[in-house]
Design a protein around this ligand. Structure first.
Ligand code: FAD
Ligand code: NAI
Length: 492
């Protein structure tokens, strides 16, 4: 009786493998050969989506484009999976593994979607007209709040019926002198590229014999400003690069590399549980990453920076690389929108929205993600849940309005959808040496955990959340590649 049962099992396994492989093959074929799309319909309203980040891309993914003519405007033509961006600064993951072209998503929608690689810089809410500035010049390799003026021929106008603002935030320097000129940020892919180049430049410069020992120590001092999750994750990745790879390639220099994290508040990771803060601080101490808490960076010069110590005195500290990760502030275009509704838009941190994500004081404008003040933290999970909610709500309202073509979707949404409510999936952060921390809501309680098991949970959670099967496969391959061959130390 055993043999037929074994045969049956074999047949089931073989059958499921054939079905699985065929399904995967079909998915890949469909991915590369999308079906024909419907053209723009002059009878439909135009919905403009600003941004290709977590919020706007999730709207696009879930929106039924049969209901609208959709136009996407963003200075970058791809979606970026920000949680793994710190891994790109040292080559744990290759840059393109966490980028997904927005046109890939667009070409699978039922109706044709238009994309403009441009930045929205102005709005006239009265005439429903946007001012766009072309950003097709890829020389702009720096995330900065200061840009040279755009040539007049690169300024274009675009009309909308409905507008979704998902422009995120921009780096906050708090006006600290010298930051824009000398520091690296960690917000966009170009920042990760710049950090990687500067890091390798510092190390290669330090390997010349003709420099003083003092200069060598300066070049090998890596500084992170800001003890939020971005600063912590970057410091952790840098530590791994140092111990796993640089120590093999540059044995003498690697011993002299110092990593310092400067945080203005009394402890790092203020949003995390106390136990996880202690765990992170003790892991950093084991990993020889110095943490200067209660210390505020006051100025950044070319080769040194000045801090205000807890006792009020000031110290100048030399550095080779300085990464500035002190959070975000509103994008300039958000301020332009706020000016149009200055009576109600009184908070300089972003756009005040109601529970249906409608911009207060405005008509036909929604905002979501980091640029919207909805009462939730600026997180990818919030932006993506809002994106899903908004797309579904727009779909439902548009369907309802089919019976009444002149129906006002902006008001209708209140009747067809429940208000947006965020459901937290918890917080995760990588802290280096194959350890992660997690703060997870479970059965009405918060479960905290830290260590190597949490790191594997962190890995599987991110693999699962990546934008596409292509991204997940590339990231998994990068992790395997790093395990076998180490990280690439080439400068570019
Ligand atoms: P973004 O994702 O920033 O997207 C904004 C989009 O708008 C971009 O495409 C941008 O190019 C475009 N844009 C900007 N200006 C204009 C304009 N004027 N006109 C048109 N388009 C414009 N959150 C988590 O929950 N978990 C994490 O692990 C996590 N890790 C992070 C790691 C790093 C290094 C960073 C920087 C952030 C991390 N975050 C994380 C936060 C998360 O990335 C943000 O909360 C999220 O990106 C917000 O989504 P968004 O759509 O509002 O903005
Ligand atoms: P943040 O706002 O969370 O932290 C910035 C830190 O910099 C603060 O602790 C602040 O006290 C400190 N700071 C400000 N000015 C300073 C100065 N002059 N000198 C020294 N320290 C100074 O910013 P971060 O880390 O960039 O995160 C932005 C958002 O993205 C947050 O909402 C965060 O939760 C989210 N994020 C989440 C991640 C995760 O869940 N794993 C990873 C990265 C970001």
């Amino acid at each position: 009786a055993r043999i037929p049962r074994l045969r049956k099992l074999k047949r089931v396994v073989l059958g499921s493998t054939v079905i699985g492989v065929s399904y995967l093959g079909w998915l890949m074929y469909r991915n590369r050969n999308p079906v024909d799309q419907q053209p723009f319909d002059p009878n439909k309203k135009t919905l403009v989506l600003l941004g290709t980040g977590w919020g706007s891309t999730t709207v696009l993914k879930n929106l039924d484009t049969e209901n609208f003519n959709v136009v996407v405007v963003s200075p970058r033509n791809y979606f970026l999976f920000t949680p793994l961006l710190p891994s790109c600064t040292v080559g744990t993951i290759e840059n393109r593994s966490i980028m997904e072209p927005v046109r890939q998503l667009m070409r699978h929608k039922k109706r044709e979607v238009i994309f403009y690689e441009a930045e929205c810089t102005g709005i006239d809410a009265e005439t429903k007209e946007l001012t766009l500035e072309r950003r097709t010049n890829s020389d702009d390799l720096q995330t900065t709040n200061k840009r040279p003026p755009t040539a007049p021929e690169d300024v274009v106008k675009l009309n909308y019926d409905y507008l979704v603002v998902g422009v995120g935030g921009t780096v906050n320097t708090f006006g600290t002198p010298g930051v824009e000129q000398h520091a690296c940020f960690l917000k966009e892919m170009r920042d990760a590229r710049k950090i990687r180049r500067r890091l390798m430049d510092s190390i290669e410069s330090a390997s010349f014999d003709d420099i003083s020992e003092e200069e060598r120590d300066r070049l090998l001092h890596m500084v992170v400003v800001g003890g939020g999750p971005t600063g912590i994750e970057y410091a952790g990745e840098l530590h791994d690069f140092l111990t796993d790879d640089l120590s093999q390639w540059y044995p003498d220099l690697a011993q002299r590399v110092r990593i310092t994290l400067v945080e203005a508040l009394p402890n790092v990771l203020p949003a995390f549980d106390k136990k996880l803060i202690d765990y992170t601080q003790s892991t950093f101490s084991e990993n020889k990453i110095s943490i200067m808490t209660g210390t505020m960076v006051k100025e950044v010069q070319d080769k040194s920076f000045t801090v205000q110590n807890p006792d009020g005195t000031r110290t100048e500290i030399p550095y080779g690389l300085l990464v500035w990760a002190t959070g975000i502030k509103a994008q300039p275009v958000v301020n332009r929108i706020r000016e149009q509704f200055s009576q109600v838009q009184t908070n300089g941190r972003g756009l005040l929205v109601d529970e249906y994500l409608r911009v207060k004081g405005a008509k036909d404008i929604w905002a979501l993600g980091d640029c919207a003040l909805s009462g939730y933290a600026p997180l990818a999970q919030v932006a993506s849940q809002q994106g899903k909610w908004l797309a579904r709500s727009l779909n439902a309202a548009a369907k309802k309005s089919d019976d009444a073509p002149d129906a006002d979707i902006f008001s209708l949404i209140e009747k067809t959808s429940r208000p947006f409510k965020y459901s937290s999936q918890g917080s995760l952060a990588y802290i280096g040496s194959d350890k992660a921390i997690a703060d997870l809501p479970l059965f009405n309680r918060n479960i905290t955990s830290g260590g190597i098991a949490t790191f594997w949970f962190w890995k599987s959670a991110y693999l699962n959340e990546l934008f596409s099967l292509r991204n997940s496969s590339l990231v998994a391959a990068d992790w395997v590649k790093r395990f076998f061959f180490g990280r690439d130390i080439s400068r570019e």
